[in-house]
Design a protein around this ligand. Structure first.
Ligand code: NAD
Length: 443
């Protein structure tokens, strides 16, 4: 059992903290957002993440998980301190490390003895050494001769299945420089260490690189199949069959071969940018990653063109009402950071369309993330309300409940039976048989 402080209680901090408590550790989750901590103390989970409420409730009532705004107390009461604050993109695409630096310095200000400080946030190669420098600087300023280690332990969880991913990871990566730190991390992850989970122990820079290389590779894979889909549209091939056949090749694998409106979310867009930036800074341009970033932007814009073309070409969106289903960047989350739905809704609005949008979980997020187009936007009560009186239906995020639409009812509600299925959820013949004009991606 380890005593752990997790600083930053967002998607990653809260899931990590709750699951580490579930492994038997004693965890205090800290955030400087008082509202968030007050809510968590009352058992209210500020994000939508399946299963998280149970893990939090179970461990809070067992006394293994607590919440606080008091970083100092959390650091003094722990052996291992996780930094899990945000690392959003700065204007130049690099990762903005100001929150990480603030926390590292605050941790050093509170340390009263040896600690292991763990970078859980996704941070560019070289950051662990910077964290070590910031901590050393603060300790020197205090005149405190206290030992510490910095560890890089990147997180690979996916929103929407975060609890499962954290508790059943494909691998745990630990970048460390001392046996003492490695052994502390083994204690933290003892529940996994005793099982089948592969542990990959590296030096700091390698651990940091693993995270960026993994995310960038996945973004490249998505973008590759998106470009193949676009070509399929030109040459009359069906990307669904292409992807299925490709995926059967064990060297390729079936995952992340789903064409769509482009990747979004809190990780791929910013991590690809940050990695590309690191490459440029070191004179080793990552041309595939650079191209992926551009192609992904084009893919989102292409969806707006697709809808306009489907409705009659240039100018045809003016005055039309478009029903948009799904706003979160993927199903099972309320996260809309860099969601393709934002670019698509903004693009539709810029061409004069009105939008009736609905998402099962992201409506609160959408209210402020789509504030720029609020003159063109109405929020619906559910999927069928969104389509009522609309000129076309656009499925942007493939929530399960959108997989079984009642097309008879849909047809009765829409002004015209036109369906843009940007996730290829449906089969063309089925939708056409129901009397619709159907537009997928790459088919
Ligand atoms: P988030 O924005 O949801 O959470 C960050 C939290 O840190 C917020 O609650 C914020 O209030 C808090 N915070 C900021 N400064 C603080 C301070 N000085 N003291 C205490 N709390 C502070 O971000 P997230 O999605 O959890 O991402 C965190 C990191 O994890 C990022 O680097 C991200 O790239 C990485 N990551 C995210 C995911 C994901 O799926 N979201 C997956 C893997 C890795």
């Amino acid at each position: 059992m380890s005593r752990i402080a997790v600083i930053g209680s967002g998607y990653v901090g809260l899931v990590s903290g709750a699951c580490l408590a579930d492994f038997g550790n004693h965890v205090m989750c800290v955030d400087n957002n008082e509202g968030k901590i007050e809510a968590l103390k009352k058992g209210i989970i500020p994000i939508f993440e399946p299963g998280l409420d149970d893990v939090v409730a179970r461990n809070a009532s067992a006394g293994r998980l607590s919440f606080s705004t008091d970083l100092g107390a959390a650091v003094r009461g722990s052996e291992v301190v996780f930094i899990a604050v945000g690392t959003p993109p700065a204007d130049d695409g690099s990762a903005d490390l100001r929150y990480v630096e603030a926390v590292a310095r605050a941790v050093a200000g509170a340390m009263d003895g040896y600690r292991v400080i763990v970078d859980k946030s996704t941070v560019p190669v070289g950051t662990a050494r910077k964290v070590r420098g910031w901590i050393a600087e603060e300790l020197a300023r205090r005149g405190a001769g206290i030992g510490f280690d910095v560890v890089s332990n990147p997180e690979f969880l996916r929103e929407g299945s975060a609890v499962l991913d954290f508790t059943h990871p494909d691998r745990v990566v630990i970048g460390a420089e001392s046996e003492r730190a490695r052994s502390a991390m083994k204690d933290v992850y003892r529940a996994l260490y005793l099982g089948e989970t592969p542990f990959i122990e590296t030096e700091l820079e390698t651990a940091e690189m693993i995270k960026y290389a993994s995310n960038a590779f996945l973004a490249v894979k998505i973008t590759f199949i998106n470009e193949v889909a676009n070509l399929c549209e030109r040459v009359g091939a069906n990307v669904q069959d292409v992807a299925r056949a490709m995926g059967k090749d064990g060297r390729i694998g079936a995952k992340f071969l789903h064409p769509g409106p482009g990747y979004g979310g809190s990780c791929f867009p910013k991590d690809t940018q940050a990695m590309a930036r690191t490459g440029r800074d070191h004179g080793e341009a990552l041309s595939i990653v650079e191209t992926t970033i551009e192609a992904n932007e084009r893919q989102k814009a292409r969806m707006v063109d697709k809808i306009e073309n489907g409705l009659g070409g240039k100018g045809s969106l003016k005055g039309k009402t478009i029903a948009v289903l799904g706003l979160a960047f993927k199903p099972n989350t309320d996260d809309m950071r860099d969601a393709p739905a934002i670019a698509i809704c903004e693009g539709l609005a810029a061409r004069g369309a009105g939008i009736r949008a609905w998402d099962p979980e992201a409506m609160k997020e959408a209210a402020w993330r789509l504030a720029d187009i609020k003159a063109n936007l109405e929020f619906a009560k559910d999927e069928y309300d969104a389509m009522t009186g609309a000129d076309a239906l656009v499925l942007v995020t493939e929530w399960n409940q959108f997989r079984t639409l009642d097309f008879g009812r849909v047809k009765g509600l829409l002004k015209a039976p036109v369906f843009f299925d940007l996730r290829n959820v449906y089969k063309r013949p089925d939708v056409e048989a129901a009397g619709f004009r159907y537009f997928g991606v790459g088919q």
